[in-house]
Design a protein around this ligand. Structure first.
Ligand SMILES: Cc1cc2nc3c(=O)[nH]c(=O)nc-3n(C[C@H](O)[C@H](O)[C@H](O)COP(=O)(O)OP(=O)(O)OC[C@H]3O[C@@H](n4cnc5c(N)ncnc54)[C@H](O)[C@@H]3O)c2cc1C
Length: 368
């Protein structure tokens, strides 16, 4: 069967001849899909085509469909870390699989394989319920499991890389499977191989995690310590940590359903030790976080606030008044307007501190 003639917005059913040996459940591909409801910034954009994949077979078929038309394939999770600044000449693919499989367990640890479409926060909750610990500090981060390795999600002193045993992917151009060990993912601060060598080349289909079955907690992060102290908790359980993280996040971060946003809009910049010492002389109250190799991480929120941009607004775009790192779409902003606003912030920070702020979410559809 070939492609059914379809007008924009209609579902079409397609069975690629090469792979459809069983002739079951053809993948649904929708032409000209609006993405406003598919990104947490609620930016308007249109994808040339959209597919919901319920498994690897669907993914392969969708990729075949795109390849036959010379169309790029763009994996999309919950759209919580993207900026759509124009239409996408691509087949956008969303994975719906949300399986959890226990691969192995011993008294003190367990390994799980989780499908890419599983909601991240729901995974954190399920692990806690099952007595599998470690992910509590990453509670309430929006998004899918498949997207989590892309920027090595992190919060409250913990990063995803601490738990990743392997990441299962398919090459977009051939459909061939590839499995990367945690080390091969080259995880770093909000970074991984998926943002460099493998950018736009693979789709993550599942992630293997190794979690603790012993209730160990990471409470190094000062804001977390303060939240636990305020509750008079001295020996916290993983559930205490989870609850504290959830309440701190709810206090500090705007809910995208109310104030459309993409979380932190800029990375915390990392500068050389020498540059940090110069800055500290000029701005003695600037918080500095020493890193490896004589480098220092600076809090982007502090820089933005000092540059006078916290709470500033231009039309429908603005900086969230309670958190300088979060840009909000207060109405019907376009991606272009949001990026223009972000550029002004970058210029103000560069002029004041000679520090470059880099945008954290992936930008699509903007002229290069
Ligand atoms: C309110 C708010 C708070 C946030 N807090 C944090 C935080 O504390 N820490 C943190 O690290 N992040 C945070 N984020 C950012 C975001 O939640 C994470 O980056 C998350 O992992 C994105 O998941 P997603 O499914 O929405 O990905 P999407 O936004 O859909 O995609 C992001 C990128 O990953 C790619 N991608 C998605 N799925 C796949 C896949 N299966 N295979 C290959 N590539 C894929 C996309 O093509 C895109 O380039 C926050 C965002 C919001 C809105």
């Amino acid at each position: 069967m070939g492609v059914t003639k379809a007008s924009p917005g209609f579902w079409i059913w397609w069975k690629p001849p090469a792979r459809d040996c069983c002739g079951r459940s053809p993948v649904q591909i929708r032409l000209t899909e609006q993405l406003l409801d598919s990104n947490t910034l609620r930016l308007p954009a249109q994808a040339e085509a959209f597919a919901s994949a319920h498994g690897e077979r669907d993914l392969l078929r969708a990729m075949d469909w795109a390849r036959a038309r010379g169309l790029a394939v763009m994996p999309l999770g919950q759209g919580s870390n993207v900026v759509f600044a124009g239409d996408l000449q691509a087949l956008v693919v969303r994975q719906c699989n949300a399986d959890i499989q226990v691969l192995a367990q011993q008294e003190s640890w367990v390994t799980l394989r989780v499908s890419a479409g599983h909601d991240w926060h729901a995974l954190v909750c399920r692990c806690l319920d099952m007595g599998f610990f470690g992910l509590e500090n990453l509670a309430l981060i929006p998004g899918t499991v498949g997207a989590a390795p892309i920027q090595n999600i992190g919060a409250y002193g913990v990063e995803l890389e601490q738990f990743v045993e392997a990441v299962h992917c398919l090459y977009i151009d051939t459909g061939e499977p590839v499995v990367l060990t945690g080390k091969e993912c080259e995880f770093a601060y909000r970074n991984s191989i998926f943002k460099h060598e493998l950018r736009d080349r693979v789709i993550v289909t599942a992630v293997d995690f190794r979690l603790s079955r012993e209730p160990l907690c990471n409470v190094q992060y000062p804001a977390l310590q303060r939240a636990l102290a305020a509750r008079h908790i001295t020996t916290p359980s993983p559930r205490d940590v989870f609850s504290a993280v959830v309440s701190v996040r709810r206090e500090r971060l705007p809910d995208p359903a109310q104030y459309p946003n993409a979380g932190s809009f800029f990375h915390n910049p990392v500068v050389t030790g020498a540059q940090a010492r110069d800055l500290a002389e000029q701005w003695p109250d600037m918080p500095l976080y020493p890193q490896a190799h004589d480098t220092v991480k600076l809090p982007a929120a502090w820089l933005i606030e000092r540059a006078g941009w916290k709470g500033r607004r231009d039309g429908d775009v603005g900086v969230y008044p309670e958190h300088a790192l979060v840009l909000v779409n207060f109405g019907a902003a376009s991606g272009a307007a949001l990026l223009e606003f972000a550029r002004h912030i970058q210029q103000a920070v560069a002029a004041m501190f000679k520090v470059q702020l880099n945008i954290e979410p992936r930008v699509y559809g903007a002229p290069v």
